[in-house]
Ligand binder design. Sequence first.
Ligand code: HEC
Ligand code: HEC
Length: 329
Amino acid sequence: MKKLGFLFFFITVLSSCEKYATERIQEKSVSPFIFELPAWAPKPVIPEDNPLTFEKVELGKMLFQDKILSKNNDLSCSSCHNKNLAFSQNIALPKGDENAIGFRNSPSLINTVYNKNFFKDGGVKSLELQVLVPLETHFEFNLSVAEAVERLKNNEFYNSAFYEVFGNEPDVFGLTRAIAAYERTLVDFSTKYDKVIFEKTADFTMEELIGFNLFKANCVSCHNGINFTNQQYYNTGFNENISDLGRFRITRDSSDIGKFKTPNLRNVAITFPYMHDGRINTLEEVIEHYSIREEVGSKSELKPMKFNADQKQQLIAFLKTLTSSKYVN
Ligand code: HEC
Ligand code: HEC
């Protein structure tokens, strides 16, 4: 009951904010933000009502790292989305305001600009709307949007920065747009995989190559595309614990109970622990989970796969080629 009330609360907050999107699109900052993308990379779609400007991205970055948005001034977006961990977190479930524990693992935000929707249940449609969720959630920042805006207005630096970027005082419109704009710039295509496949400036080792072939045979039906996700929802055999109903929370379709979005696998070697609730600690255990798919009564949509010890290591060697050069020593 409590959970439903919570969800309803968000739907109300989120839909009441839709109107901000259309009220005004006039902005003051002008220097265009230049994306440094390789020619072969897909062009990110930037919404027309939130053009990327250098000033706005800088403001968004500051807000992302600032504890001013949390009730007790002790958490920022970076607390759970750490740039040294590809903007993820190495604990299973995050701690929010007053150490309240969240119920899902903090995902990486690298290349999140390519997502059609957000969260492991796909419940949020844009990065702008997403910003409101951590703000108001009691186990994250636990601060009302109105209070957050009030704090920014009373802060000399942010007050003038908002005037510089948006031509007016801090408001929800600017707060959500600045952070979303910054998140859209968190793009990376510097992995060994990119060098081998797209730039042809490196070669896989034999182990990585065999792993890649195993991956193509067993995994790409779901982990495909530029970020290794088809952005669809599946039950991958974690149905013994349905405290998190997954995609069902959004669709109310009982066939969606326990389904979660296929995650982006870029940087997966450093974004442990894994799965929606961080229940799996290592890539070895992930492959182990995929190797034993024949239990009776499982609602898993995974086809049975069996990997011997060598094949498990080969798959892991391949997965390690998906790490950004920033995080490879
Ligand atoms: C207490 C930890 C915590 C804090 C603080 C936090 N997040 Fe998150 N974030 C999460 C978790 C957990 C999820 C996954 C939620 C889900 O899937 O339901 C998430 C998901 C996201 C996503 C969706 C990514 C995707 O591709 O689906 C974005 C974007 C995001 N957070 C941005 C932010 C921003 C911006 C802030 C600050 C305003 C923030 N987060 C603060 C834990 C946190
Ligand atoms: C039927 C679709 C499907 C197939 C096939 C599949 N996966 Fe997944 N994979 C998923 C989903 C969905 C999740 C997220 C489950 C969750 O959040 O509980 C996931 C999670 C993962 C994770 C954890 C990532 C993270 O950040 O939590 C890894 C690693 C992974 N898969 C690798 C593989 C490999 C390797 C294969 C092939 C051997 C494979 N997957 C095959 C759908 C699939």
